[in-house]
Design a protein. Structure first.
Length: 259
């Protein structure tokens, strides 16, 4: 681990990974079954891709195929982030291959694969404002607007506070309220482990699973505590642009105590 850690970055990544991989897949995964696989025309990516006309496209920005399976722990459904999925993606016609989850491609198969059944992330999660060319709706983004630090005990020790907002851009009012409700419940009176993401993430740069990667706790930090969680349900505005027409926001603070 590096000696000097940019704490703000690991706080942001801890929030993003919590929502993107542990919360949203429990509610917003979609499935396609027995979709034909065709050779990828994008030679830079390669492999075989699903011949699908889904809208939004499963491989559009912020989405991708599901990389984890769900599990039941103490009677509660959770996402199992301890290892790569074994049942969320089923490839027919090949027995050995590598999965590119970001680009939705089957690579290095031992024989030509014929079809695939897979789960994919319906909600696009991006780490910044959608910009001039946003992904297809629905989209959510994380914005950290302010950070501060104060002492919390005699001697050493400080409390870091991030002022954050999750912006929700939906395609209709029902979808907006569903997404807002799920995220609000995932933050209200909850906490998140602050982990070291400097050694990588669940996926490698090429979209394949980062086997052996385990996000480790950061020494001297407590959990991150979500406080002052509020949902702001903006009303439907027909005169707004398509992306802003069904927009909402969840504001919150993340508090982390540091030795």
């Amino acid at each position: 681990m590096p000696t000097n850690i940019p704490y703000l970055r690991i706080y942001e990544l801890s929030i993003i990974n919590y929502l993107k991989y542990e919360i949203l897949p429990l509610y917003f995964l979609e499935q396609q079954t027995n979709v034909p696989l065709i050779e990828n025309p994008d030679t830079d990516v390669g492999g075989y891709v699903a011949d699908t006309k889904m809208d939004p496209l499963p491989t559009s920005e912020g989405r991708g195929w599901a990389i984890f399976d769900e599990a039941t722990v103490a009677g509660k459904q959770v996402v199992d982030t301890t290892g790569e999925q074994s049942s969320s993606i089923v490839v027919n016609g090949a027995t050995s291959y590598v999965i590119d989850y970001l680009n939705g491609a089957i690579k290095n198969p031992n024989t030509i694969p014929t079809s695939i059944s897979y789960y994919w992330n319906y909600v696009s999660f991006i780490a910044s404002w959608p910009g001039a060319v946003p992904p297809p709706l629905p989209v959510i983004s994380l914005d950290v607007s302010e950070s501060s630090r104060s002492g919390f005990q005699l001697g050493g020790g400080s409390k870091d506070v991030l002022n954050c907002a999750i912006y929700v851009f939906a395609s209709n009012e029902v979808e907006k309220r569903d997404i807002v409700s799920v995220i609000h419940d995932a933050l209200f009176s909850r906490n998140v482990p602050i982990r070291n993401w400097h050694d990588g993430g669940y996926l490698k740069y090429d979209g394949t699973f980062n086997t052996g990667f385990v996000p480790t706790p950061v020494s001297g930090l407590t959990l991150g505590y979500f406080t002052n969680v509020e949902a702001q349900l903006s009303g439907f505005r027909i005169d707004w642009s398509e992306i802003n027409r069904h927009r909402s926001k969840i504001t919150f603070e993340l508090e982390v105590f540091r030795d």
